[in-house]
Ligand binder design. Sequence first.
Ligand SMILES: NC(=O)CCC(=O)C(=O)O
Length: 285
Amino acid sequence: MIKMARAGFRIALLQLKVGPNKSQNVANALTRIRSAVKDDGARVVALPECFNSPYGTQHFAEYAEEVPSGETSRSLSAIAKELGIYLIGGTIPERNPTENKIYNTCTVWSPEGDLMATYRKIHLFDINIPGGITFRESDVLTGGSDLAIVPIDGAKIGIGICYDIRFDELARLYRNKGCDMLIFPGAFNMKTGPLHWELLARARANDTQSYVATISPARDAGAGYVAWGHSMVVDPWAQVVASAKEGEETVLADLEFAKVDEVRAQIPIFSQRRTDLYDTEQQKS
Ligand SMILES: NC(=O)CCC(=O)C(=O)O
């Protein structure tokens, strides 16, 4: 039987400037989404982590909104519908008044403006590098417990957020569930960004033989938390196929999911795994 090659789509990663004015942040995102679609022909647009608020534990409660009734969700829904696109809505601090909790949340919108998925960052960014960076998201945020997979034009996309990219187990779950691509809105910093941002994107692409996209805010040297930038698309061969520098920029890439099938057929590690052995060894430890 002849298998039809799978289609793909053009994705735009918006490396956005983010400042203290929430309405301006959202308005800037809408302007740049429109341009990525109308001028650059994107079918799927992805935004950075924390694009409507400065990134910092002192800011999350002030900027938090309910999902999907808050103003940022409503704007994302409306623009996705107006332009007929899929929109990976970066992240915003999400307030859940019933639980009295705040999450770091990604929403995904369909071309009809419907909420396709909500993903709450599972692994909170708590690190302490003396002389480098100390950060404790868990001081104010609650971690999520659910994966999010969205079907887009015949591909399956798994969502993670920033620090989640360090956990190969999460990527493995998405791969086991049949994902072809992983998208991580993220805001690495000036200490770990140069060391690990590209390394981790390429590692997760290689582990899962999938496309990986990482989307950072633009760098603002005067901000309390300085983002690394360098949003990028990595293909299933683990090659960086498109990337930004540190400023406000749109990264475009034409994804071909036949490439996923190709690398998986040519280097068939998925079917070669010895899960019998891994499970047995795991039980011994
Ligand atoms: N926002 C984040 O989760 C930052 C993660 C990060 O910088 C890292 O090194 O990991």
